[in-house]
Design a protein around this ligand. Structure first.
Ligand code: GLC
Ligand code: GLC
Length: 652
């Protein structure tokens, strides 16, 4: 179909482009712009078409895209073309990620560069460096309160360091993931400062109100994200004499996306970081991008339109660059961040699988997989050409974000069950070896989330403090079991720095007044590189975890059905302690892997012929690819040792 309106607008825009843009050879840019412009125009019009300056804003958007295309280095443009040809590249099982803070993993960006060999030793080839943009000294929310979107924070280094690092990573085939905090800025950002002194242009970048009436109206339906440290969603700004919308901390001002100037600024910033060599951009807090009175102000339809528009614009300038959606929301909502269609209404190629993460922690606490099975059964099938980021821990808290209905179907009472989990992980439950801390307790709703490092939550800290050798083995097994899940489920596994050597809670944050009341800092460690050396010393915990993970990663990379083409089938084993699924090939039905995980402290069995009636699975030919050995069986009963997993292939 021929779309006259957008085509004639595009022709006008091309005529009006600044001469310095018009003169350049922009062949690829124009091809892509032509292909995407109908969608870009439609989305931009739905969001901003009512404005009298709509056409000027559209020209500014196209100019920003063209300028960033001109600024894009040739080798990045080459990568774009390669990835257009091989557009499923990121679904491969070859990718294994790690997330880290530049100043926690090493001193700064240069320090990361010196440790690149560490990633390669482990098999990690995708590195998410958490926010490196400039932020205030104290009120920074770990980098998520940005005061300058185009500078690297002094503490991490400078733009030159980042460019050098990204060049070297590219040479080593390591992918770089960078954060762009699209939902808010620090109150020290220039836009906020100028809003404060009364510049209406910049007041329009945020949501601010003279009286409490509108804020009070919003508060009736908005939840609180940080109820303890930053209750409510608005903050009185003395300088401006107005209430500002601050959904997260009181120093994080929410951006006003009803203003097209904000969209264009942020689009330009996304492309700016794409041009610094980021392969993937992690878009922070995307569920919050659109505010609507009477709603929770999360997952609004327009938030999705904004993301689709960002994706379409990015595909014109930097098509090789992918987006990760950080949307820690209910399963039915998360799935929408992939978009509605892989071609015409695409949003983010990758999304955090917070559902799976929280369900795994449920299985550890309950020692069974009832809710895990139920929750995964209800997880909607995602779009093709989209993949999960599967993780066990990250820099944030663990929210118990599963569905109440699933909790009931698994046989628990939702409120009691959530309370049990919080108690279990925060040490209020006698039998638990977990050493977590509560986060975001909300007295009004009774909600709470959980902080704590993987090792401390899995019982390693308890075992070391009490000198209990058996507890130590169980903790190590739990850590490995959880990783075996994110490495086989389908998606990109994202390890969290320090977990690969069993790093326990770090309470030093309590001495810093800017951190003391945010327990998430307990699991944001500074790597002790002397201790990390112990990974080479057999018998040490560091060795046990690191060497097992290293092996698991290298085995994963060899298993082609671990690539993510929605090729997973959940299997009901009849045994509540087991979580079982099959990864299969779309082209060869004999190419299957059966993943079996036992969350219990006792061995568990599974009847192979009942689980897979009529299939060719038979114990005599089974091999566990991780250990390289046959699994334990008696007749047709497969026996899974306590807290162990199998990646089974039938070689018969
Ligand atoms: C994201 C970050 C989190 C931060 C929040 C506000 O969720 O992961 O650390 O507190 O955004 O920026
Ligand atoms: C909420 C938000 C998430 C953020 C987290 C920080 O869960 O949905 O985006 O990472 O809070 O604690």
């Amino acid at each position: 179909m021929y779309e006259q309106v957008s085509h004639s607008l595009l022709n006008d825009i091309l005529d009006e482009l600044k001469p310095e843009i018009r003169k350049r050879d922009l062949r690829h840019f124009y091809t892509r712009l032509g292909a995407n412009f109908y969608v870009i125009h439609s989305l931009f019009e739905r969001l901003y078409g009512h404005r009298s300056d709509f056409k000027q804003q559209t020209i500014r958007l196209v100019e920003a895209m063209a300028r960033q295309y001109i600024a894009r280095e040739d080798d990045l443009k080459q990568k774009d073309i390669e990835r257009e040809r091989d557009h499923n590249w990121f679904l491969s099982q070859q990718w294994v990620g790690m997330a880290l803070y530049s100043n926690g993993f090493a001193d700064n960006l240069q320090g990361i560069q010196q440790h690149l060999g560490y990633f390669q030793e482990l098999g990690v080839n995708l590195v998410h460096i958490m926010p490196v943009m400039q932020c205030p000294e104290g009120n920074s929310d770990g980098g998520y309160a940005v005061s300058d979107f185009r500078q690297v924070d002094d503490r991490a280094g400078n733009l030159q360091d980042l460019n050098t690092l990204s060049d070297e990573m590219r040479q080593r085939d390591l992918l770089l993931v960078l954060d762009v905090v699209v939902n808010h800025t620090s109150n020290e950002h220039e836009w906020a400062q100028r809003a404060r002194v009364g510049e209406t242009k910049y007041q329009d970048y945020y949501y601010s109100f003279e009286s409490r009436h509108v804020p009070d109206m919003f508060e009736q339906s908005m939840p609180e994200i940080f109820p303890e440290t930053s209750p409510g969603n608005f903050t009185w700004d003395e300088g401006m004499g107005r209430w500002v919308m601050t959904v997260f901390n009181d120093y994080q001002w929410d951006l006003n996306y009803t203003n097209p100037a904000v969209f264009i600024e942020m689009m330009d910033i996304l492309l700016f970081w794409a041009n610094q060599g980021a392969d993937i951009l992690r878009l922070d807090a995307v569920a919050f991008l659109w505010k609507k009175m009477g709603s929770t102000c999360q997952n609004e339809r327009e938030a999705h339109l904004i993301l689709q528009l960002m994706k379409d614009c990015c595909q014109v300038t930097a098509p090789g660059v992918l987006f990760i959606a950080e949307a820690i929301v209910a399963p039915v909502e998360v799935i929408k961040y992939f978009g509605e269609d892989a071609v015409i209404a695409k949003e983010c190629e990758i999304a955090y699988n917070a559902t799976f993460m929280a369900l795994l922690w449920d299985a550890v606490a309950t020692k069974n997989a009832c809710l895990l099975n139920q929750g995964i059964k209800s997880l909607p099938v995602k779009l093709e050409r989209a993949t999960w980021l599967n993780y066990v821990r990250c820099h944030d808290d663990i929210g118990l974000g599963f569905d109440d209905r699933d909790i009931q179907l698994a046989g628990y009472q939702p409120q009691q069950h959530r309370k049990f989990l919080i108690d279990y992980y925060t040490g209020a439950f006698d039998d638990s070896h977990a050493r977590g801390l509560p986060f975001g307790r909300n007295e009004k709703t009774g909600d709470a989330r959980i902080s704590g490092s993987l090792a401390s939550l899995a019982g390693l800290q308890y075992a070391m403090e009490s000198g209990d050798a058996q507890a130590q083995q169980e903790a190590v097994n739990t850590i490995l079991l959880l990783h075996s899940m994110i490495l086989s489920f389908g998606g990109i596994p994202l390890l969290y720095y320090g977990d690969e050597i069993g790093t326990i809670n770090d309470r030093s944050y309590l001495e810093d007044s800017h951190k003391a009341n945010d327990s998430r800092w307990v699991h944001r460690p500074t790597i002790n590189w002397d201790r990390a050396e112990l990974r080479n010393q057999p018998g040490s915990v560091e060795y046990e975890i690191f060497s097992a993970l290293k092996k698991m990663i290298s085995v994963r990379k060899e298993i082609d059905v671990f690539a993510d083409f929605n090729n997973r089938e959940l299997i009901d084993s009849g045994n509540p302690h087991l979580f079982v699924f099959r990864r299969y090939s779309l082209t060869n039905e004999r190419n299957n892997i059966l993943v079996v995980a036992n969350f219990d402290g006792k061995p568990q069995r599974m009847e192979l012929d009942e689980v897979m009636p009529g299939s060719h699975w038979d114990q005599s030919g089974l091999i566990d690819l991780y250990s390289g050995r046959s699994p334990e069986c008696f007749k047709n009963s497969l026996v899974v040792p306590p807290l162990k997993f199998y990646w089974l292939r039938d070689n018969g």
